[in-house]
Design a protein around this ligand. Structure first.
Ligand code: JHZ
Length: 392
């Protein structure tokens, strides 16, 4: 049974940045649910993939050095540990991972054709299709079974998980390995990072819930790595049940145990989280209003999907945050969905008269602080809401 525990209000599509002239966007209610049997956390209203992931998709993984470094490191690890003849990435985005491989040894699947075009133009075989059984069949007939399938921040964006894993099972070699990585539910709850919930994130996985989903699809997690990316992610290494050559690492058991000890298997944990989220909202509004009372300008840094959730939930608009800066060309000269806040191209000069910056991309705090040493030196302050609203 699915039980709603958190209402994040009315939210627009997170990655649909409207032009300055279109100041009204359609909004949808965003409620988060806990499944008492499978322990899966999901949003209650699921949007159509075509409305979210299409030829206008603006998010580019390569916009952050942190992500580029993380994917480069992973490509070396994949080759060293598994030495696959062929690697397939589901959701290859603008190629932050696949461009680290030799062209003949990797294939990308990316339904957003604007992004697929970027890697195809660099000579990487990229299919601009949604992940499903029909595509898995097409790929098997063209390339044979695949030794290694990888997917970062994509599986949680697809509504029918049984179709997802059945299609992977169909295409994966019998001794093949599936690696997926996504934000960790445990870290999200511990950090009160409620902004990981938006219409694209249909699910936020824990090792506990993912192993229940995999059980139904004859697969198993055999290893887990903890990552710092996106505020704390988990990288899951998965095999088919039939594959007896790979042992299950103790790390899997330890992760599930720590999640259960924290209470990710109990509704009461999520009810408590919902109360903390409300508290965080009130504190953030209070903090921003206090700064505004001193007639100070606040701008946003990193026009993230996460910022869309926070600002729409807290009803923070262009009266409180003057503008956002972002390095992504596709987001520039657009509005942050649902807020009427303009997004401009990142330019250091625009920071010269600014004292306060709201960190939309709090997950890249380290990278941003390094880049903005001078802003900090001259007394500039960053604001965040994670884990609690405060001036850093
Ligand atoms: P970032 C997206 O979420 C959407 P978002 C998606 N659903 C998902 O799962 C995650 O990514 C993985 C900018 N920036 O990664 C670039 C600067 O301007 O936190 C990006 O627009 N300057 C697919 O949007 C944004 O911030 C900088 O120095 O929450 C970061 O977006 C840096 C470091 C980033 O993901």
């Amino acid at each position: 049974m699915n039980i709603k525990f958190l209402n994040l209000g009315s939210q627009p599509l997170a990655n649909k940045y409207p032009p300055f002239t279109k100041n009204k966007q359609k909004k949808y209610s965003l409620n988060i649910c806990f499944n008492t049997k499978s322990k899966v956390i999901s949003i209650s209203k699921k949007m159509k993939s075509e409305d979210m992931f299409n030829e206008k998709y603006p998010y580019r993984s390569s916009m952050s050095q942190t992500m580029k470094k993380s994917f480069k490191k992973l490509s070396t690890e994949i080759i060293k540990r598994f030495n696959p003849k062929l690697t397939l990435e589901i959701g290859s985005n603008d190629g932050a991972l696949i461009t680290n491989f030799k062209k003949k040894k990797v294939i990308g699947v990316e339904p957003c054709s604007n992004l697929a075009k970027i890697t195809r133009n660099k000579g990487f075989k990229t299919y601009d299709n949604y992940w499903n059984l029909a595509l898995a069949k097409k790929l098997k007939s063209k390339h044979g079974s695949i030794d290694l399938i990888y997917s970062a921040n994509t599986i949680t964006h697809i509504s029918n998980l049984n179709v997802v894993f059945k299609s992977i099972d169909f295409l994966l070699n019998k001794n093949g390995v599936l690696i997926i990585e996504d934000p960790s539910l445990l870290e999200c709850i511990k950090n009160n990072a409620y902004d990981q919930f938006y219409n694209e994130h249909i699910y936020i996985f824990s090792a506990l819930s993912l192993s229940n989903i995999l059980k139904k699809n004859n697969m198993k997690i055999f290893d887990i790595q903890k990552l710092k990316t996106h505020g704390g992610s988990l990288r899951y290494f998965i095999k088919k049940n039939k594959n007896k050559t790979i042992k299950i690492s103790n790390r899997v058991h330890k992760q599930i145990l720590s999640e259960s000890k924290f209470g990710l298997n109990k509704l009461s944990t999520y009810k408590k989280f919902a109360l903390n989220v409300k508290k965080s909202k009130n504190q953030l509004i209070k903090l921003i209003k206090k700064i505004k009372k001193q007639n100070k300008i606040i701008i946003g840094y990193g026009a993230t999907a996460k910022a869309v959730t926070v600002l729409n939930y807290c009803k923070i608009d262009n009266k409180l945050i003057n503008f956002f800066l972002d390095t992504t060309p596709e987001k520039q000269n657009k509005l942050l969905p649902g807020t009427n806040i303009k997004i401009f191209r990142y330019d250091k000069k625009l920071l010269s008269n600014i004292k306060f910056i709201f960190l939309g991309a709090w997950n890249f705090k380290k990278e941003i602080f390094k880049k903005e040493k001078n802003f900090i030196k001259r007394g500039g302050k960053f604001l965040t809401h994670v884990p609690i609203p405060k001036i850093l």
